[in-house]
Design a protein around this ligand. Structure first.
Ligand SMILES: [Mg+2]
Length: 221
């Protein structure tokens, strides 16, 4: 077996990794509203593994504001025979807490001498609330927020941007964690190692990351 490249950096998604999954929150909303699973996800998030003109994608790229996206998605969903209001769709997510164990492993990443970053598809209007949930300065060398740079995962340029901010880490020396398969696949296509954070079994992702980090810490020693 070829020697794997030495691990130098860990890139974390935020929603669905440190916080509960936004997809699960929207699915629960769909159940309450009687909208089928795939239908409600597509109405809110569009085709999430593509980068399109869906209002949610434009919102994540910082091209429109939250209220415009909310209005457009109400119109889109009404035309499809449902009524999807983003404020209601995310209601359960807002109540969810941070996963302390994920914060613990992020601390271990830095203690092992590795670099770390957040790479989040996010929304200007959520900025203050999500940033207040984590000690960002303590845990991360860089925070990449889609709406600030006009790029959203799975666009490969957002991963390259993050690796650049970390001092030009090679993709093969980086691990990326995300709860959305399409985002993990895009990182893997660039040569990064991907870890999918499963909504129902997220501690497994922590175990995998922890074993990579302890191996890297051993190699550094
Ligand atoms: Mg996510």
């Amino acid at each position: 077996m070829a020697n794997p490249a030495r691990l130098e950096a860990v890139l974390f998604d935020f929603g669905g990794v440190f916080l509960d999954s936004p997809f699960a929150a929207v699915r629960e909303f769909g159940e309450r509203a009687g909208i089928p699973d795939d239908g409600v996800l597509e109405l809110v998030f569009g085709r999430y593994d593509a980068d399109t003109d869906h209002p949610w994608h434009r919102l994540e790229r910082g091209e429109i504001d939250f209220l415009s996206a909310r209005r457009e998605i109400i119109d889109l969903s009404t035309a499809a025979g449902h009524r999807v209001d983003l404020v209601e769709a995310f209601a359960t997510l807002v109540r969810a807490g941070i996963r302390a164990e994920m914060v613990a492993v992020a601390r271990e990443v830095r203690a092992a001498g590795l670099k770390s970053a957040i790479v989040t598809n996010n929304v200007r209007e959520f900025g203050e609330s999500w940033r207040a949930m984590l000690p960002l300065d303590e845990l991360f060398d860089a925070v990449v927020d889609s709406h600030e740079i006009g790029l959203r995962k799975p666009d490969p340029r957002i991963y390259e941007h993050a690796l650049g901010l970390l001092g030009g880490v090679a993709p093969a020396s980086a691990v990326f964690l995300d709860d959305f398969e399409g985002n993990v696949a895009a990182a893997e296509r660039l040569g990064m190692q991907g870890i999918l954070v499963d909504h129902d079994d997220w501690p497994r992702a922590i175990d995998r990351l922890r074993s990579l980090v302890s191996r890297a810490a051993g190699a550094h020693a």
